[in-house]
Write a protein of this length. Structure first.
Ligand code: KIV
Length: 264
């Protein structure tokens, strides 16, 4: 069996078929996701918090990401695999090229994800021109949590919303093939999803994105602390992990998730 390709994901957007994405960090969960019909697995640097018990994603290293990506790859045959570039692993173009190549060659990632807007245009062009598919990440940027002053909804004011929209357009023009939008008003996410031709995957960004992503342990209700408003405990609904993941996929595909209460 071969892995889902970018062309197939682009076709899903064009045909308005919602894309179901979840994070995973190991082979067993990767297998569960694949069996449940998830399209994309994101090996997120959220592993710093949910696997390592860190307070933020900042301590995660490229070696950690390679280790977890390789495990996820071994658990699945069909999932499209995106891996996060961790904090400061893409501080300049040379570093970004070196680390992205490691994530793909040693880890097996099909695409890398990095956080930031127009300031990354040159760097994204350098990656994509060398055959490295890039997923952008706008809105709430967890690697900038200390600069942002917390895990707060972004783009509520008109000027901030306009900046996120312009950043999204710049990332697509620079060659990005996908975009994650985190914690932005649903209306803004809808506008961005309509403006871009690449798939836009939302987390806390409303139902009108081309797909949805959640941190696996949040949607299984096992992340310590308060569950984010935009998430839902699918395990509580059915009491069985594979069934919970299947229910998530179904809810994303038929537009039942997220609901109006699960967006901003
Ligand atoms: O690291 C991660 O899991 C992510 C998602 C929150 C989108 O980037």
């Amino acid at each position: 069996m071969s892995r889902l390709s970018l062309n197939q994901l682009r076709k899903m957007k064009a045909e308005k078929n919602k894309i179901a994405v979840l994070t995973a960090y190991d082979a067993s969960f990767s297998h569960v996701l694949e069996q449940a019909g998830v399209d994309i697995v994101l090996v997120g640097d959220s592993l710093g918090m949910v696997i390592q018990g860190q307070e933020s994603t900042l301590p995660v290293t490229v070696d950690h990401m390679i280790y977890h990506t390789a495990n996820v790859i071994r658990g699945s045959d069909r999932l499209f695999v995106i891996t996060d570039m961790p904090f400061m692993s893409y501080a300049n173009i040379d570093q970004a090229l070196h680390n992205a190549a490691r994530l793909m060659a040693e880890g097996g990632a099909q695409m890398i994800k990095l956080e930031g807007g127009a300031e990354l245009v040159e760097l994204i062009a350098a990656l994509t021109q060398r055959g490295i598919p890039v997923c952008g990440h706008l809105g709430l940027l967890p690697q900038s949590v200390h600069k942002l002053g917390g895990y707060l909804v972004q783009g509520r004011e008109a000027s901030a919303a306009e900046k996120i929209l312009q950043d999204a357009i710049s990332l697509e023009e620079a060659g990005a093939d996908m975009l994650v939008l985190e914690c932005v008003p649903a209306e803004l996410a809808k506008k961005i999803s309509e403006a871009l031709s690449i798939p836009v995957i939302g987390i806390g960004a409303g139902a009108d994105c081309d797909g949805q992503v959640l941190v696996l342990y949040d949607m299984l209700g096992i992340t310590p602390g308060k569950r984010p408003r935009f998430s839902h405990d699918f395990l509580a609904d059915c009491g069985h992990i594979p069934a919970a993941v299947s229910r998530y996929v179904e809810a994303v595909k038929n537009g039942d998730f997220p609901t109006a209460e699960q967006q901003y």
